[in-house]
Design a protein around this ligand. Structure first.
Ligand SMILES: [Fe+2]
Length: 225
């Protein structure tokens, strides 16, 4: 992805968050030069991978297959300094028809919440032991109500509704209209915890054609002396 496209998408995301009255924490708006001056005091943000996260899943076509995310809080599975926090919260924006491809998590249980905007469509499959899509029925908790869905069936969440996705449950989702999505989960580690059904890139390759507006979480410089 070009940096100019990422900058533009961040601006659009911020406008949508404002429209939905969702506020981001201050570090969302730290510039690259703010980051260069930050010391050890911001280590939690670096280590727990908080902040902007944006990907086209290697599709080269963000509007069709992509997702913009912001990790608001997160623990850490291995760093003892942050491992006392067993939870994570993210905010995500899925565009109209913009797909996050089929995947499950090895370890993370997550609640996916429609926080506003359009409807959120989610397609579900159990996984088989060899990582295939099971044709067995799926049983999930939708806002505390145990619900049976057929393999591959699409669940539609309206604003305010949520679903609990346990580890090993395949899910693919997209917006019907632009949707503000909340995610409340166990600790998140995108480096090791995602099993995509088809092999795809989780992080974008970036072509630097202008200065970054805000850095992605993977781009923070080390703490200044
Ligand atoms: Fe997921």
């Amino acid at each position: 992805m070009k940096r100019s496209e990422i900058n533009r998408l961040m601006k659009t995301a911020i406008a949508f968050l404002e429209e939905q009255s969702f506020k981001l924490p201050p570090f969302a708006y730290w510039s690259p030069s703010d980051w260069r001056q930050r010391g050890n005091d911001a280590n939690e943000i670096r280590e727990c991978m908080l902040g902007w996260d944006l990907t086209d899943f290697g599709s080269g076509a963000f509007a069709g297959v992509g997702l913009i995310m912001f990790t608001i809080r997160n623990g850490h599975n291995t760093n003892p300094e942050y491992s006392a926090k067993p939870y994570c919260e993210k905010i995500l924006i899925a565009g109209d028809g913009q797909v996050t491809p089929m995947h499950f998590h090895w370890n993370k249980m997550e609640d996916i919440i429609n926080r506003g905007g359009g409807d959120l469509a989610i397609r579900l499959y159990n996984s088989t032991e060899d990582g295939e899509l099971s044709q067995d029925d799926v049983e999930v908790s939708i806002d505390g109500v145990l619900t049976g869905v057929k393999a591959g069936e699409i669940v539609r969440l309206k604003p305010g509704e949520s679903i609990c996705l346990p580890p090993g449950l395949y899910h693919e989702f997209w917006g019907q209209g632009t949707v503000l999505i909340g995610e409340v989960s166990k600790v998140n580690d995108d480096n090791v915890d995602n099993r995509f059904y088809e092999e795809i890139g989780r992080f974008p390759e970036i072509e630097e054609d202008e200065e970054p507006l805000y850095l992605l979480f993977s781009e923070y410089p080390p703490a200044a002396e």
